[in-house]
Design a binder for this molecule. Structure first.
Ligand code: SAM
Length: 154
C-alpha cells in the first residue's frame, strides 16, 4: 500500500505513521510543506529506528506528487464527512491512501472533485470533530491489508 500525508504538521504523528509503514512494508509519501524539520528529534523518536526500514518519498507539493503517479494509480481520500465508509471501499495492493493536515484536513477542492473516493471513518460524538491522524492511517491501512488476507504476514 501507499500512504500519503499531505503537509503533515506534528512530528510524533509522522513518526508513528513511519513505524506503521515499516511494519507493513507500505510506501510513505510526504507532501511539503511540513510543520517540522526532517531531523526533528520527536519525529525520529516516534519513528524510533524504523526510518531506515521505510521506503519514503518527499514531494515539493501536491502537483509534483501527482505528476509522477503511475498511470493506473488509484487514490482514496480519507477525510471526515465522506459519503462512503472506509470499510465499504474495495482496496487493491497498490492503492494510495491520502490523509490531510492535522489542523486543516484535506483541501475541500480535492474532496469535492473525488466524491466517490472520499472515505470517512465513523464518529459517534458530535462534540468530537476528528480523530488523530496516525490512528486514522492505522485503521484504514489495516482494513486494506485485511481485505488482502494479510498476505505476507511473517
Ligand atoms: C485531525 S484531522 C484534520 C482536522 C479536521 N478536519 C478538523 O475538523 O479539525 C487530520 C486528518 O485525519 C484524518 N481524519 C480524522 N478524522 C477522520 C474521520 N472521522 N474520517 C476520516 N478521516 C479522518 C483525515 O485524513 C484528516 O485530514
Amino acid at each position: 500500500m501507499n500512504i500519503v500525508l499531505v503537509e503533515p504538521e506534528i512530528p510524533p504523528n509522522t513518526g508513528n505513521v513511519a513505524r506503521l509503514c515499516a511494519a507493513t512494508k507500505s510506501v510513505l509519501h510526504l507532501i511539503e510543506p511540513f510543520g517540522f524539520k526532517l531531523d526533528d528529534t520527536q519525529l525520529k523518536r516516534a519513528g524510533m529506528d524504523y526510518w531506515q526500514q521505510v521506503e519514503w518519498h518527499r514531494w515539493k507539493n501536491w502537483s509534483a506528487f501527482v505528476e509522477k503517479l503511475p498511470a493506473h494509480a488509484r487514490l482514496w481520500f480519507v477525510e471526515s464527512n465522506g459519503a462512503k465508509l472506509y470499510s465499504e471501499a474495495k482496496f487493491a495492493p497498490d492503492d494510495y491512501l491520502v490523509f490531510g493536515r492535522e489542523t486543516a484536513g484535506l483541501p475541500k477542492k480535492l474532496l469535492e472533485e473525488n466524491p466517490e473516493r472520499w472515505l470517512r471513518i465513523p464518529m459517534f460524538n458530535a462534540q468530537s470533530r476528528s480523530l488523530n491522524l496516525s490512528n486514522c492511517v492505522a485503521l484504514v491501512l489495516f482494513e486494506a491489508l485485511r481485505q488482502q488476507g494479510f498476505k505476507g504476514e511473517i
